[in-house]
Design a protein around this ligand. Structure first.
Ligand code: SAH
Ligand code: SF4
Ligand code: F3S
Length: 451
């Protein structure tokens, strides 16, 4: 993969134009970049203006009902664009395409193409079928597809940080989760293509890569496991920051923590979704660890990297959740002192084990109240975590001009916290040493340190 900067970027030009709208997780963001690469090879140009598109693809998410509702809303808005351009092809790709399959073209939703997450090489054919007046549907899941040698077209604006997909699918079957059904079986991408992609990014000015997968720490190809892959990617250059998402607590090994601790350019930030603080609940969720085991992993992280940020995902109101189990989640949050969390109300998903065997029986007002308690607590914990940073020094990788002022830049610490500071003579992609002077619960404010 020997590409120069221009080839990493979308080709804009005159010809048939593709617009892609992306919902859901980082995996979908990464997949959209693969889809654009596949379509560019077919001669399509990318556009970021939906009005001028000939083909609109919506890359969808099924994780919770409200994620799908948003997409239904968006599909009904597509009717307007179709009225303006009757030849417009509208495709649904990603997890909702996989979940609903033919139902999406059969219904009266104005969908011409349905493509599941493992069928993106087939998109040109599916789109041609739609252009010829038919429908194009492919939702075949694969045991092998990793799009290993496809060079994603980078749609990010900053040219500093990029996602690199390292594995696909999930075999964990947490009882509430739709992902194993929409993304199929777990498979890892060849290590050499991953390292080559990361090196190309670095040579083209990128300074941060995030290795992506639903469960990155179960990565394995031949004798390369996840710690070894991290070591290889982080060895490209000390100036290349390496992050990863997401790791399952059951696979958070000491070997990985040792590699992380030994390489300062591997970021001090671990997203370790707990889901619940009660062992009885974790069992119903089929998470394969206990509260104590989880806390043991947190202790190990702190042992190897005392300055490592720990963030999490939590679900409120899963099947049979008692007040005690909810309190156990609250106490886990306090005990760990999370720096940040994504927090959700349980949403039953068709086809999952829970939908078949564990009735969604916590009343909605109870779910909402518990979720609110969790959110309120996390806001306090995030503020406390930020306050601890006031007075400390950090190296920031500059990502963008601040939203508030042209005269300020924003970037992240190794712990993945956003810092805003005066521009000075810096530009996007620079590393800058900053002392934190103030904070809100979401942002740190700092000043450059001049040696
Ligand atoms: N593979 C990742 C998570 C992917 S989904 C992991 O296991 O860590 C992101 C988050 O969505 C999950 O961690 C979980 O907190 C949440 N989630 C998944 N299914 C859900 C459901 N049915 N209802 C509410 N939240 C859910
Ligand atoms: Fe879903 Fe669990 Fe797989 Fe994460 S590990 S994607 S929550 S089944
Ligand atoms: Fe959503 Fe699929 Fe990601 S369901 S969270 S887009 S893997």
């Amino acid at each position: 993969m020997n590409l120069n900067k221009n080839e990493l970027r979308p080709l804009m030009g005159e010809g048939r134009k593709l617009f892609v709208e992306t919902y859901g997780c980082q995996m979908n963001v990464g997949d959209t970049e693969i889809v654009v690469a596949v379509m560019q090879q077919e001669g399509y140009f990318y556009t970021d203006r939906i009005e001028e598109a000939d083909v609109v693809l919506i890359n969808t998410c099924s994780i919770r009902d409200n994620a799908e509702q948003r997409i239904w809303g968006r599909l009904s808005e597509m009717r307007r664009y179709r009225r303006q351009k009757p030849s417009l092809v509208v495709g649904v790709i990603g997890c909702m395409a996989e979940r609903l399959k033919e139902k999406l073209v059969d219904g009266d939703y104005g969908v011409d193409v349905v493509a599941g997450p493992d069928t993106y090489r087939d998109l040109p054919r599916l789109i041609h079928a739609a252009e010829a007046g038919g429908k194009g549907v492919n939702v075949q899941l694969s045991l092998e597809e990793t799009y290993a040698e496809i060079a994603p077209v980078r749609l990010d604006r900053n040219g500093v940080s990029a996602f690199v997909s390292i594995m696909r699918g999930c075999d964990n079957f947490c009882s509430y989760c739709v992902v194993p059904y929409t993304r199929g079986r777990e498979r890892s991408r060849d290590a050499e293509t991953i390292v080559a992609e990361a090196r190309t990014l670095f040579e083209n000015g990128y300074r941060e890569v995030t290795l992506l997968g639903q469960n990155v720490n179960s990565y394995r190809t031949g004798d390369v496991d996840f710690p070894e892959l991290m070591r290889r990617v982080a060895s490209i250059s000390p100036l290349l920051r390496v992050r990863f998402a997401t790791s399952h607590p059951k696979d958070m090994s000491d070997k990985l923590l040792e590699v992380m601790a030994s390489m300062p350019n591997i970021c001090r930030s671990i997203h370790l979704p707990a889901q619940s603080g009660a062992t009885s609940m974790l069992e119903r969720m089929n998470r394969k660890y206990t509260r104590e085991w989880y806390l043991g992993r947190v202790a190990a992280i702190r042992h190897y990297m005392p300055d490592c940020a720990i963030t999490t995902d939590l679900i409120a109101g899963f099947t049979d959740e008692t007040e005690e189990e909810h309190e156990a989640t609250i106490s886990l949050m306090k005990q760990v002192g999370y720096d940040f969390a994504y927090m959700f109300k349980y949403s039953e998903r068709p086809g999952t084990f829970a939908q078949k065997h564990l009735p969604d029986n916590v009343p909605d007002e109870v779910k909402s109240r518990r979720l609110q308690e969790i959110i309120t607590l996390q806001n306090e914990l995030s503020l406390e975590s930020n306050r601890r940073d006031v007075g400390r020094e950090f190296e920031i990788l500059v990502e963008s001009v601040s939203k508030r002022s042209e005269e300020q830049l924003s970037g992240r610490t190794s712990q993945n916290k956003m810092v805003v500071f005066d521009r000075g003579d810096h530009k996007i992609g620079d590393y800058v040493r900053v002392r934190i002077t103030d904070c809100s619960s979401a942002t740190l404010f700092g000043e450059e340190i001049f040696q």
